[in-house]
Design a protein around this ligand. Structure first.
Ligand code: ADP
Length: 412
């Protein structure tokens, strides 16, 4: 019985100095408790822990590495007063967010020594993320020696992209030698909202053409045809595509050579394009936050208003392009911090979509629903729908699905 065997699933998202965790009961898909350890490896390490529906508990801890951070998290999960399980033995499986799976992983996978080596090999493509994700995996293997671990990759869903969409028009040898191609990110979120859209529309995902917009600090769009990705806006790295909180999105690549010839080092240019660009670079207030941008624009700051329009223009450009490539769309989905919450952020996009039959219903857009809801007018040919994403639940679902299917294969 996989339902019983894998009921309590811990989801771990391990960063270079942080570890995010959430414990789910899969029988009802409810989140029992969650937490975040930050500043791992420093004397200021701290944990914020919260049981579902209860106040947060924050405290300084000693966590010189990810193993110690996880041990502290586990202590809280199994604490007689503030915990949610009697013992750590109640945790049946662990799902890990892993950023880059390159071409090696087109699906989630049970973690073995070989899988860990492959994740390490992919570090070349995600040097900041994959080693940190591995730290989290190793910590779990130590704290939970007999519990299965599953890796769920941000890139996996996008592996369904066709070659004509994922290749760059540079000499083919760079693809063959270095794996330079489009991989795409936020795959777990795009997959979650696509499935939720199918449920909402009461149609099988296999029959739908969807444009999913994950708009947060990092943003990407995916064109999804019958559950397979046709194209997406991020690339070999999360830098291209949309205008983000601090990332530039699409620019003329020759700007990089131009700046290098002006005397900037590659590291300096990397820092400018990844950390000082996007909304931060253009809104005139130096903040990458959409709320700050909207407030500044409302107070008449012209650069902030321009930043909003640049953001909307770029998103609409991709939606229009994907609409054409898909041959129409059954829905445009908005998710992520901006997609779910920013009334003006959605307006600057949808006000540009009249040509594809999507018209904003101002009242519905302002209603700020917390569940799935349509924000386009009834007469819109192409509905715009807000769908709150839940990447952690998706990782838990993937972990359950994979382990349950392995059980079935083994005939258990
Ligand atoms: P990340 O990519 O880091 O996960 P989020 O998905 O949390 O980021 O998105 C952060 C963005 O969402 C910020 O630009 C923020 O301004 C915006 N945002 C978050 N909550 C709200 C809100 N309640 N109203 C308007 N904008 C919001």
């Amino acid at each position: 019985m996989p339902q019983k065997k894998y009921d309590k699933i811990l989801v771990v998202n391990s960063g270079s100095s942080s570890l995010k965790f959430m414990l789910f009961s899969m029988a009802t898909e409810t989140m029992m408790a969650k937490g975040l350890v930050e500043r791992i490896g420093t004397p200021q390490a701290n944990i914020v822990y919260q049981r579902d529906g209860e106040p947060k508990i924050a405290q300084g801890i000693s966590a010189e590495n990810h193993g110690k951070a996880l041990a502290m998290a586990c202590k809280m999960l199994a604490d007689p007063e503030i915990g949610v399980v009697k013992s750590l033995r109640d945790v049946n499986a662990i799902g890990h967010r892993v950023v880059h799976g390159a071409e090696e992983f087109s699906d989630s996978v049970a973690i073995t020594e070989d899988v860990k080596s492959s994740i390490k090999e992919c570090s070349d493509l995600a040097p900041l993320h994959n080693p940190a994700n591995l730290d989290g995996i190793v910590a779990c293997e130590t704290v939970f020696p007999n519990v299965p671990n599953v890796a769920v990759f941000d890139t996996a869903f996008h592996q369904s992209m066709p070659k004509h969409a994922f290749m760059y028009a540079i000499p083919q040898k760079y693809y063959e030698e270095y794996g330079i191609r489009k991989y795409g990110f936020h795959g777990t979120s795009h997959k979650f909202v696509a499935q939720a859209a199918a449920d909402f529309l009461k149609r099988p995902l296999e029959d739908l053409k969807l444009i999913t917009c994950h708009l947060g600090n990092g943003s990407s769009i995916a064109a999804i045809n019958g559950g397979k990705v046709l194209d997406t806006t991020m690339g070999m790295t999360p830098l291209p595509g949309l205008i983000m909180g601090t990332r530039c999105g699409d620019i003329d690549p020759a700007i990089i050579f131009f700046l290098a010839r002006k005397g900037m080092s590659i590291d300096e240019i990397d820092n400018v394009l990844n950390k000082q660009s996007g909304l931060t670079g253009i809104n005139g207030i130096g903040s990458g936050d959409m709320r700050d941008t909207v407030n500044a624009a409302a107070q008449g700051k012209a650069s902030a208003e321009n930043a909003l329009n640049m953001f909307g223009h770029r998103v609409a450009l991709y939606i229009g392009g994907y609409y054409t490539l898909l041959g129409g769309a059954d829905a445009i989905i908005f998710t992520g911090g901006i997609g779910e919450n920013s009334i003006p952020g959605r307006k600057v996009i949808i006000s540009r979509l009249a040509a594809i039959g999507c018209e904003l219903d101002e009242a519905k857009n302002k209603a700020q629903p917390s569940t799935v809801s349509v924000i386009s007018t009834d007469k819109s040919r192409t509905p715009a729908i807000i769908i709150p994403t839940n990447e952690e639940l998706m990782i838990a679902r993937e972990t359950f699905r994979l382990l349950a299917s392995n059980l079935k294969r083994k005939g258990e």
